[in-house]
Design a protein around this ligand. Structure first.
Ligand SMILES: C[S@@+](CC[C@H](N)C(=O)[O-])C[C@H]1O[C@@H](n2cnc3c(N)ncnc32)[C@H](O)[C@@H]1O
Length: 195
């Protein structure tokens, strides 16, 4: 029997905040998306009819749950990538709790490698929530793999402005993209690829 989605994400958020507060090893922290950002991202994905979503940075699957719910009704798929197999095992269990495990492929791999190997225009949504120091190296693949009218979402643009300043410069200067930043949580950049 599956559990109620709202109850599970509320519990995961509360557990994540508590666990991260006492975890001294940064790489072991869950660092989940803020619930308001997750709800916004899920809603935008649903509104645009997304069916192919790439998430880079699974952790224990908090944001993955929202993305999976957004694609579920139209039979879409989330490919969620992380280098941490332990986190992905927790993500698999959390997705199963809400009955969304069949909507997600969890892949233990480097996000840059996966981005490089995806075909042009193959994704409706790319969500980057991994190690920000890699994002510039991955450019322009996050945009190359998006279809026209696709969505690029990047977390932490307000919490760590210096780390994404150069990337934001590229996005702002790119005529294919129109971007805005939601001030909810840690700052979620949303950019649409123009036709
Ligand atoms: C901020 S957490 C992701 C939080 C998750 N999106 C959520 O809301 O629950 C960042 C994750 O990125 C992963 N990561 C770091 N570098 C990566 C890379 N090069 N490729 C894929 N994942 C990476 C880390 O292992 C970590 O689990």
């Amino acid at each position: 029997m599956t559990e109620d989605f709202d109850a599970v994400v509320r519990a995961l958020h509360e557990e994540g905040v508590r666990a991260d507060a006492v975890q001294t090893d940064r790489s072991r922290r869950r660092r989940n998306l803020d619930p308001d950002e997750a709800a916004l991202l899920g809603l935008v994905c649903e509104a645009m009819g997304a069916r192919r979503v790439l998430e880079v940075g699974t952790s224990n699957g908090f944001s993955t749950l929202w993305l999976a719910r957004a694609v579920h009704d139209r039979g879409g798929t989330v490919l969620s990538v992380d280098v941490d197999a332990v986190g992905q095992r927790a993500a698999a269990a959390n997705l199963a709790r809400v009955g969304l495990h069949e909507d997600v492929e969890l892949r233990c791999a480097d996000g840059g490698q996966v981005l490089r190997e995806l075909p042009d225009r193959s994704q409706d949504v790319v969500f980057l929530d991994a190690d920000r120091s890699h994002y510039l190296d991955w450019w322009p693949h996050p945009v190359r793999v998006l279809r026209p009218g696709g969505l690029l979402a990047i977390d932490n643009v307000l919490s760590h402005p210096d780390q994404v300043a150069e990337l934001r410069g590229l996005i702002d200067a790119d005529p294919r993209l129109r971007a805005t930043v939601s001030t909810a949580g840690k700052g979620l950049l949303l950019a649409v690829t123009r036709a």
